[in-house]
Design a protein around this ligand. Sequence first.
Ligand code: F6R
Length: 242
Amino acid sequence: MKVVILDTPTQVADYAAELFQQQLQHKPASVFGLATGSTPLKLYRELIKRQHGGLISFNQAQSFNLDEYLGLAATHPHSYSYFMQQELFDHIDIQASNTHVPPGDAPDPEAACAQYERAIEAAGGIDLQLLGIGRNGHIGFNEPGSAFSSRTRVAKLSPETMRDNARFFSQDQRQPELSITMGIATIMAARQVILLATGDNKAEAVQATVDGPMSVDCPASVLQSHPAATVIVDQAAALLNQ
Ligand code: F6R
């Protein structure tokens, strides 16, 4: 596992954008694993800038998002599908049919999970997987205790994650407790993984990921055993690292 410590969140985004650019140069039809949340927003803006500037194109690329709230349709403003449209897909040249987010409104969620795994496999697997990290070390919605062998499945959000994500929901809106998430083994199958973390509220999780034992107590620590994982953090998130 490679650890890159940079001064600011902007530098973290630029470093990650460079890895996306290299990946696209090497393979225009790359398959990306994507994340939502606050952390990748700067990166997405940088990718939009680079695409508009002619440095990169997603025209042949495909994407698979990590997770989605169970019960929210793609048109719901709090769905991760909607987030991806707003923050990235509507602004780049990726083909709509090449973007995939787990279907939160699937009538048969278990079948949808199995289908998502098959779709990733049919695309040739993920070349570059982007991750954020929860304060409890979660990746995707793989909360502490998730098996390292887990695949795409329905998973319950921990009370801590519910609290952290409550900021996106107003009081009269029901916050889903369940998600469809890629599993840890799904994430680990990606050929390259990059995890971004910024801000001092991620410092404990980053420390456990990088310096701690590899344990289901901190799901992101599994990346220690990935052959091509890079953890890219700002100074604040690296506060507790040796
Ligand atoms: C989002 C996801 C989550 C987030 C994590 C950090 O698709 O899979 O694991 O990456 O909760 O969220 P932020 O970036 O909002 O702190």
